[in-house]
Design a protein around this ligand. Structure first.
Ligand SMILES: Nc1ncnc2c1ncn2[C@@H]1O[C@H](COP(=O)(O)OP(=O)(O)OP(=O)(O)O)[C@@H](O)[C@H]1O
Ligand SMILES: [Mg+2]
Length: 295
């Protein structure tokens, strides 16, 4: 008798041999910028990183996975478009859907498309198909993920080579990021993630958060957090943040991002050269720190 039970996403990924197939250097390195919590800076980080990597000489595809609330175009000051819907309805070729700026290619999502809203799409499968078809054309593919911990988003996170979990000092953000990391671990077997702390107000606050999250994730989930660094909370009017983020290359914000991107690329290039494919995480020992929030 046929079973009607749907396979879980990890089984599906493994059965498609896609989960393991990401290991060769011929393919783009895929990075999910994710969080659980909304408004923590996922799109800001994804866009800024994509631009820095492209300016460094890497060929980058920025893929907006917030498919009907696309903010990448808005941040970049580009006209909104319906290309994602046109692509999946076979009305437009992939290449015609891209916004191209030198090494940086953007596939944006739609913005409140009624057509897209009314289609019952498996967005994760659509995006994984895009990745499979185009991962040989890029050095990096960055997925700007939507808020929330839907199965679709977590499947994309699990499929990615790297996950940048964006956390702010807000307690809800810390709790939500832990929930994301927990489900990724329990349901998909993901046991390492990168952590970027955004909107920090002071160095001690940053250090406290790193210790707390690292200790908690290690203690309760036996998972590793690779610390990318922190981004200061910019005290600028909200409507000026994008200009500061993307246009002012002399700002300390820009330098802050460049440092983080450089650290990451050096780490993964070092790891690729090493005989051991996993780079060694920098953990604080458990005896040095208290876990400061319960989970
Ligand atoms: N370091 C920062 N300092 C000050 N404001 C910031 C910083 N990072 C992001 N912001 C602001 O936070 C808000 C949310 O940013 P962004 O859209 O990047 O978050 P998001 O996580 O992608 O949100 P969503 O969940 O809606 O997709 C924006 O107003 C942005 O300008
Ligand atoms: Mg966003």
């Amino acid at each position: 008798m046929l079973s009607l039970k749907k396979p879980n996403p990890r089984d599906w990924l493994v059965s498609q041999n896609k989960y393991q197939s990401k290991k060769t250097s011929l393919k783009a390195k895929t990075i999910s910028v994710t969080a659980g919590k909304g408004g923590v800076g996922k799109t800001s980080v994804a866009v800024k990183m994509a631009k820095i990597l492209a300016n460094t000489g890497y060929k980058v595809l920025l893929l907006d996975c917030d498919t009907n609330l696309s903010n990448t175009v808005v941040k970049l000051g580009l006209p909104i478009n319906n290309y994602f819907y046109e692509l999946i309805s076979a009305q437009r070729d992939f290449d015609d859907c891209l916004h191209k700026d030198g090494n940086l290619h953007l596939l944006s999502g739609c913005n409140g498309s009624i057509d897209l809203f009314n289609r019952n799409l498996e967005v994760d499968r659509i995006i994984i198909d895009i990745l499979v078809n185009h991962e040989r054309d890029y050095d990096y593919i960055i997925l700007d993920c939507p808020a929330g911990i839907t199965k679709e988003t977590l499947t994309l996170n699990a499929y990615s080579d790297y996950r940048f979990v964006i956390v702010t000092p807000d307690k809800s953000s810390v709790t939500d990021s832990y929930s994301l990391i927990k489900i990724l671990n329990k349901e998909f077997g993901v046991n390492d993630n990168h952590l970027l702390i955004n909107k920090i107000s002071s160095e001690p606050q940053y250090q406290r958060m790193v210790k707390t999250l690292s200790e908690t994730v290690e203690t309760f989930l036996k998972c590793r957090l690779h610390i990318l660094g922190g981004i200061t909370n910019v005290e600028a009017p909200v409507d000026q943040f994008d200009t500061l983020l993307l246009k002012q290359e002399n700002s300390s914000l820009h330098k802050n991002f460049v440092k983080i991107v450089k650290k990451f690329t050096e780490e993964i290039e070092g790891a690729a050269l090493s005989t051991d494919s996993e780079f060694v995480p920098k953990f604080t020992t458990r005896s040095e720190h208290d876990v400061r929030f319960t989970v």
